[in-house]
Design a protein around this ligand. Structure first.
Ligand SMILES: Cc1cc2nc3c(=O)[nH]c(=O)nc-3n(C[C@H](O)[C@H](O)[C@H](O)COP(=O)(O)OP(=O)(O)OC[C@H]3O[C@@H](n4cnc5c(N)ncnc54)[C@H](O)[C@@H]3O)c2cc1C
Length: 478
């Protein structure tokens, strides 16, 4: 019981789960040549908690259990709790060279969102169930991911709309039994699911009365009968065309999860038919998770600033006025994101007895980094020059008959060999790929989702501003 070791985490994945990857059923994710790389990425969360220098950040004394537990499963009561968890996500993402391990953070966002929703509903039964489940997670330190995004079908139609091709585009209850429920449907893009222990399943939208069966939230083990996962392919290794690099590759797969009449016992059901509260749960999860998403992006933005400055230096242009302007933009990007996201934790509000980051500044921080992301990548691509896509490969560089030529012609500023420049270009290609651009836009919800929340949350501020200017204009209301 208590904190899991890296080894215990890996052993826990050998449980008969049904994972498909590149057209094959995977017998064991921990030994699969590619998925095992993603397992190592998730294992970083357990590794970090074992390191003495991170012990106080990664774990916390739990008064109820009388032992140290993983900080992610600790109930946040104030801004300091939120900020420490934020700093933990930043630390683990830095350890992953800009890649988030993801064993606990997204799961803990759903855990807290469900707790808040149960408290807001005033349902003692749900409050008790989610707190029992929280205790179970504190005691077992399981890796938990969250499946929110439904496959959705026609986006403009409701889940139960008869015009949808079929009723299963959103996960829903098909049967209520004395011992639990049966669910069917599919969730998509679920990061890390094939090598986590449990999955929180929550609705992806507000529901109307006719969608009551779709207002369902629960937790299940990844090896639950009827559950199938299909992982998207990824690059698990440095290719032979890149300069050899002994740092471990960090990567995740995002899975399509099919719920083929899966049984969920009542004690793991946290919403079932209370359609009015679906929106509350979606809102609270999005809020918690956007704060988490901002934390992921800080080490990534540090990487962007680092590679931009380094390649500008190697190219000899670091002191050019337009380059200094562009580096200034990257500093503004990093520090705006960092300060807004940290301030959102300190300027917390309390929902259902749980501290949550300030809703307006969290959504603006997440929107800001996603909306500016492509401009930031554009700056790096600009500074790197065309060699970013036309450079000879490592295999060419390694040829004795070519190496001296490539060193002679592909070096730029004195003191920086061509190898250094080519290695940096390899890294830039890895961290600015098109999949990362899509993640920036859609991870934690599309841009429009944040804009809608910002406007809704700003209702009161807008009202106060209008009152202020009406007073200044001496407008008398009838
Ligand atoms: C790499 C990656 C990892 C992810 N990891 C997870 C995860 O772990 N768990 C999880 O639950 N989700 C995850 N997501 C899902 C992510 O939150 C969604 O991608 C995002 O919410 C957008 O949903 P979608 O992909 O279905 O796109 P769509 O909803 O199809 O959006 C495409 C466009 O359609 C618009 N649109 C959609 N619906 C409407 C509507 N009703 N009216 C008007 N416009 C509309 C959107 O604004 C957007 O412009 C991940 C996504 C990515 C890319």
């Amino acid at each position: 019981m208590g904190l899991k070791t890296v080894q215990e985490y890996k052993e826990s994945l050998k449980d008969g789960r049904r994972v498909f990857y590149k057209g094959e059923r995977v017998a064991d994710v921990t030994t699969h040549p590619e998925l095992s790389v993603a397992v190592e990425t998730m294992a970083l969360d357990y590794h970090l908690a074992e390191l003495p220098e991170y012990h106080d950040l990664a774990t916390v004394y739990d008064e109820a259990l009388g032992e140290r537990i993983n900080r992610y499963y600790y109930l946040p009561r104030n801004g300091d709790d939120l900020l420490k968890q934020f700093d933990l996500i930043v630390a683990s993402t830095r350890m992953g060279d800009g890649f988030i391990p993801l064993a606990h953070d997204i799961g803990s966002d759903a855990l807290n969102a469900i707790s808040i929703t149960a408290n807001m509903m005033g349902s003692q039964e749900y409050i008790q169930r989610i707190e029992q489940y929280r205790t179970y997670l504190k005691q077992t330190d399981l890796a938990v991911v969250t499946a929110m995004t439904d496959v959705k079908g026609d986006r403009l139609l409701r889940p139960s709309d008869a015009q949808q091709n079929h009723p299963d585009y959103y996960v829903h209850v098909t049967q209520r039994r004395p011992d639990g429920i049966i669910v069917r449907g599919a969730k998509v893009h679920i990061t890390g699911a094939p090598y986590s222990n449990e999955i929180f399943v929550i609705p992806s939208r507000a529901m109307a009365e006719q969608d009551a069966d779709y207002a369902v939230a629960f937790a299940i083990p990844v090896n639950a009968p009827g559950l199938k996962m299909v992982g998207r392919p990824f690059h698990a290794h440095i290719t032979p065309l890149e300069f050899p690099n002994n740092r471990p590759v960090r990567v995740h797969t995002d899975a399509l999860i099919i719920f083929d009449d899966v049984f969920v016992p009542w004690e793991r059901v946290f919403l079932c038919g209370e359609w009015k509260h679906s929106a509350t749960l979606v809102y609270n999860f999005a809020l918690m998770h956007r704060r988490t998403g901002c934390a992921y992006r800080i080490p990534m933005s540090e990487q962007f600033l680092g590679v931009a400055r380094a390649i500008a230096e190697y190219n000899g242009i670091a002191s050019a006025p337009h380059v200094r302007e562009k580096l200034t933009d990257l500093v503004i990007y990093l520090e705006t994101l960092r300060s807004m996201a940290r301030a959102a934790c300190l300027d917390f509000v309390t929902y259902g007895g749980i501290a949550v980051p300030n809703p307006i500044s969290t959504n603006i921080a997440k929107y800001y980094f996603a909306n500016e992301y492509h401009n930031v990548v554009k700056i790096i691509q600009d500074l790197a020059g065309g060699l970013l896509v036309t450079a000879p490969t490592y295999k060419d560089y390694a040829l004795p008959e070519l190496q001296a030529d490539l060193e002679r012609y592909l070096s730029a500023k004195a003191g920086y060999p061509a190898e250094q420049r080519l290695r940096m270009l390899d890294l830039i290609r890895r961290i600015t790929g098109a999949d990362r651009e899509t993640i920036a836009l859609h991870g934690e919800g599309s841009l429009q989702a944040q804009r809608m929340t910002i406007l809704a949350e700003a209702r009161q501020v807008i009202g106060e501003c209008v009152k202020m200017v009406e007073a200044q204009a001496e407008i008398k209301k009838a």
